[in-house]
Each structure stands twice: as C-alpha cells, then as structure tokens.
Design a protein around this ligand. Sequence first.
Ligand code: HEM
Length: 381
Amino acid sequence: MQLDAQTEDPRVSYDERRSRCPVSRDSAGSWTLYRHDDVRSAALDDVAFSSATSRFLQVPNGMDGAEHDLFRALTDRYFEPRRLAALEPVLADVAEDIVAATLGAPTQPEAAADAVELGARFAVRSACDWLGWPRTHERELLDWVAANREASRSGDLTATSAVATWYTNIIRSQTDERRALGERAPADVTTELLGDDFLGRALTDEEITSILRNWTGGDLSSMALCIGVVLAYLADHPQLQARMRAGVSEVEFNAILDEILRIDNPFTSNRRVTTREVALGDERIPAGDRVVLNWTAANRDPEAFGDPDAFSPYLNAPKNLVYGIGRHVCPGRALATMQLRLLTEAVLYRTAEILPDPDRDREREQPPAGGYARVPIVLRR
Ligand code: HEM
C-alpha cells in the first residue's frame, strides 16, 4: 500500500478495508486481518497461526510451542518488576535530561521540537543505559533508527538486509568487547545475558544477537513512534494535559497512554503462517499461507469499541491490543509503559503547555509502520 506520506493517514484506509473486506488477500497471496475478533482469535490460536515466518533465527518471536515457552521463560526474567523498579530512576534521569536539553536555557520561554525525534533520542539513551552500552554509541544508533525506518518504508530487500547487518555488527561489538574483558566485563544486562544459563548451556552468539535485536532494534523505532503519537494527542487535547499535570495516579496515567495508543497504534502488525486451513468470515485461508495481523485496524474496530476515536481508557482497556495477546504478548510492555510514562511526565511537568507547531506540518508514517514520521510541537514553559 503506497500512500502520500505528507497527508494521508493509513488508519483511514484500514478502517475502510475492515468494513469492506475484513479478511483480504493481496496480489502476492498474503492475507491481512483487520477485524478485532479475527486478529484476536488468530493471535490466540498459535497452533493454526504459526510465528515461524522467517528463515532467520528470531528469539523468541519467530518460535512456536514449547521452544518458544522455554526461551520466553529465560528472557521474561529480565522484565521482572524488581528489575524495572531499579531501572526506573535511571530512565527518569534520562527523560529529565532529554527534556531539559530540548527546552534550552531557563530564560527561553518556549522551544520547538519534533516529538518523534525527541522520542528517538530518549529511546536510544534509555536502551544504552538499560543494557550497559556506552552512550558514545547514541549517534550511531540514532543513524541506524533513521536508516531502518527508511529501509522498511522503501520495502527494498537489499536495504533491509544492509541495515540488519549493520545492527548485528553494533550488537556484536558490545558482546565481543565483554567476552574479551572476561572477568573484568562490566556488570550489566548484556554481560548477564552472555553468562546466562539456558537448559544447562550458554546461549549461542546467534541467540544472544537475536534477543538483543528484539529488545532494541524494533523497540527503538516503536518507542519513538509511540512518543510521537502520545505528544501529538496531548498537543491536540489541552484539557487532558491539564488533568494529567494536576496529578493522576500511575494506574490512570498508564491507562491514558494505552488508550491514546489504541486510537492511533503505531506498532501496526505482526506476521503469521497458517499450519492448516482456517475459515475466517467468508474466507478459507489454505495451510501454508502468510497472514498479517493488523493491530492498528483491530484496535479501531467499531464492533469492539463503538466510536474508535472516543477516548475511554478504562472502558476500552480489556480489548486493547496495542501490546498483542496470547503466547507472543509483548514481554516488554511494563518497560515500554514505564518509559512512555517517564518521558511524558518529564514533558508535562516541565512545561505549562504542549502545542502543535503552527508553522510546521505533521507527517504521517508509511505502512508497515504507523503513527507519524514527524510531529512538530512547541513546548511552552
Ligand atoms: C514501544 C512500545 C511497544 C509496543 C507497542 C509493542 C508491541 C508488541 C506486540 C503487539 C507484540 C506481539 C507480537 C506478536 O504477537 O507477534 C510484541 C512482542 C514482543 N515485544 Fe513488544 N512492544 C513494545 C515495546 C517493547 C519493548 C520495550 C521490548 C523489549 C525491550 C519489546 C519486546 C518484544 C518481544 C521480544 C516480543 C516478542 C514476544 C514473543 O514472540 O513471545 N517490546 N510487542
């Protein structure tokens, strides 16, 4: 699907497809599910809808069944509440520093910024601090995020493969350095992963690279896009800003973030492959066909949510699919929510107003990504 990135909102086309052709097959033979019910059932039926869609090793997202569960058991430990609690003050400082730098000198009454770019800087520095990677890598990671977004927009397989290799090299530089240091390696998450025990053996280099790629590669862009969507929504809704500045509980804050992302979900889709024939709506999908679960479309299905743009954090929470559902549900949800909350808090509490920039237009992202490529805002003290 090619859209005019400047003006067109892919959600309009998803909404239309969901009502016209909710289980649709493209010319390459790949199916896309747009309805909430269908996306939910496919995600929950991980036997008929396999995640083994890639020829590359993907830990754990490209795995099924018991193998997937074993790797999830290992990696889920890195997201335990006690670990996130220890990380919170570190990431709160990152958020404060990035927002302070954006605002500039205290004498400056306001500052212009791009919320997506602000989000990318926050995501990259947060990932470095979480994994123990030196902040000197920030520039390269930011360049990589930009190149990765460009490559996925273009759909050019050579470009996609080049950015994938580039990222493998970034990860390997970190793991090689720690292996060379041996006992003197810094005590951080990356070193811990290198020494972790998987069923009585160490993880292979390929497994470690894949895990770290999943924790960062995809997430850096998603986080930047999520921050773009959240700050765009707040800029458009000054009353919600005022309510949040006045103080809401952490539970309510998180529910608000989830609901903003439900309305405009930038993490658009994931893939599956059928292992048997599946009947969905009026269609029969044969075994071995590729299927795309469109979370963005599902999250705006009027059959599940009524008016998809009506803002009802608590009412819509049980059906919200922003972080997926079932066996592959996002293990990083609590971390992602904490990051989003910390950055949003830093912006809200350091400003009196977040405004859309009257002089610069927003730019929508192109499928397969969602949200915005650019969200110009003005931060007023
Ligand atoms: C920024 C916001 C994020 C969103 C919207 C998001 C969304 C999702 C969704 C929808 C899935 C389900 C995939 C599927 O069913 O195939 C998923 C899986 C996953 N996410 Fe996230 N995610 C986010 C952040 C993160 C973070 C911070 C991490 C880790 C640091 C992470 C790591 C993963 C991994 C490893 C999987 C695969 C899980 C599996 O296959 O078992 N995500 N995410």
